[in-house]
Each structure stands twice: as C-alpha cells, then as structure tokens.
Design a protein around this ligand. Structure first.
Ligand code: CTP
Ligand code: CA
Length: 224
C-alpha cells in the first residue's frame, strides 16, 4: 500500500487542478492547440484525492479517463477553462494550474467552415485571459501553484511569472529533458519561488512530482 493512501493529510482541503491543453477553434472543424497530455494534472488530482482532499479537476481534451473520486469538468477553450477554474477556485484552499492554456484565440470564430484560398492567409488572434494571474489578483488565503516550460533563462523567467501572477511557486521544466514534459510519465522540474530561490528536483514519476508539489503547498499554507 502506498503511504499516501494511508496518510490523509489533506482531509478537509479543497483542491482545484487544471490540466491538459485548450483548443481555440478558428471554425467548426479547425483549432489551435498544443501537445499537453494532461498526465501531470491528473497525477496531482489523484495524489490529492488519495490524501483525503476534495478535488475538482478541470481538463482540456486529453485521452485520459476520469479518475474515480474526483469531480471532473471537461472544457475545450481557454475561456471555458477560465470560467470553470475561477468558479471552483472560490471555495478552494489550493489551486494548481498545470493546464497548457493557449495564449491566443481567434479574434473572430467563424460559424462556417472556411474554404481554402489561393496563397497565404492571415489569422487574427486575440489574447486569452491569464487565469493564474486573475486568481493571483483575488488570492485570499489560497495557495497558487503554476507550471512553466521554458527553453532558456528558465529560473529567471519562472520567478518573474510567479511574481507577476502572485503565485506561491512555479514548477519549471524544459522541453529538452528527454522522457519528461509533453506526454511522458516522468518529469524533471525545478521549483521556483517569486523571490528567485529555487530547488532542482530529481527526475521521477509525475505522481512523485505531484506528491512533492502538494507537500510544498502544505508547507506554504500556514503562512497564509
Ligand atoms: N496560465 C494561465 N492562463 C494563461 C496562460 C498561462 O493561467 N492564459 C498559467 C499556466 O497554466 C501556468 C502558468 O500560467 O501555470 C505559466 O504559463 P506560461 O505559458 O509559462 O506563462 P505565460 O504568462 O503565458 O508566459 P509565456 O509568454 O512564456 O507563454
Ligand atoms: Ca503561455
């Protein structure tokens, strides 16, 4: 038996987790998205559930089945993700944003399929709301955790994001770390705080990363 299934140290806590990609439809049959598998967010939801938390998992389109004992909300777009997360976060103690939110959506979504034309086309995009930043502006006593994937200057950029979005910490990874990140079962992350302090965690399973993430969130909580 896994020790976390015995230790109910999150009993009575409400945890909201976002996972997976968003889809930003251009027309009824085409969208902009990214390769997020949802595995990291699902692992956080399952770990929190096994530790006794009341868990809401808001997920974009992924090929993973609903975890038992978790309230699962399926969404497509960043705007839908925003509404679901902000609503659920109101009563939450901990919010973990693993979702790979598309930064832009179509400025105008066509209701009809767009036929191809000769030559180049231009797509007009408009920024999506920053959900983590919005949660950070109305933080209350909640612990806010973000994720970031960076190709360079990772710690500096992740610390800047934690600061700007008022997140307690961000777990940073790099697309070049093989077997981790998009689609893998393992992850190798660096915990980065707004003050620029950081800890490199060893490569391990996403479930173990989830466990350490929640340990850190529980450590941060009393200071709220
Ligand atoms: N995030 C969010 N809403 C968005 C974009 C990102 O809530 N519209 C969250 C992500 O879920 C993640 C964190 O913010 O937890 C960092 O995401 P990232 O894409 O690295 O941050 P951005 O501010 O979008 O910066 P970048 O320009 O590097 O994409
Ligand atoms: Ca982004």
């Amino acid at each position: 038996v896994d020790s976390s299934t015995v230790l109910q140290d999150m009993h009575g806590l409400r945890v909201v987790v976002s996972a997976g990609p968003t889809r930003e439809y251009l027309d009824p049959v085409r969208f902009i998205s990214n390769p997020s598998s949802g595995k990291m967010g699902f692992a956080v939801a399952q770990e929190a559930r096994d530790r006794g938390a009341d868990v809401t998992l808001v997920t974009g389109p992924v090929s993973l089945a609903d975890p038992a004992g978790v309230k699962v909300v399926r969404i497509d777009s960043a705007l839908q993700l925003r509404d679901a997360v902000v609503g659920a976060a109101e009563a939450a103690d901990i919010v973990v944003m693993t979702a790979a939110v598309a930064d832009y959506r179509a400025a105008e979504q066509s209701t009809e399929k767009q036929a191809k034309v000769a030559g180049n086309v231009t797509i007009h995009l408009t920024p999506n709301p920053d959900i983590l930043a919005e949660l950070g502006r109305n933080k209350g006593k909640r612990v806010l955790v973000g994720f970031a994937m960076e190709t360079h200057a990772g710690v500096e950029r992740a610390a800047g994001k934690a600061q700007r979005k008022n997140a307690d910490f961000i777990l940073l990874n790099y697309p070049t770390r093989e077997g981790t990140a998009f689609g893998g079962d393992d992850n190798q992350v660096t915990l980065v705080r707004a003050d620029g302090s950081y800890e490199d965690w060893p490569r391990t399973t996403k479930r173990e990363v989830a466990r350490k993430l929640l340990d850190e969130a529980l450590k941060v909580r009393p200071a709220r």
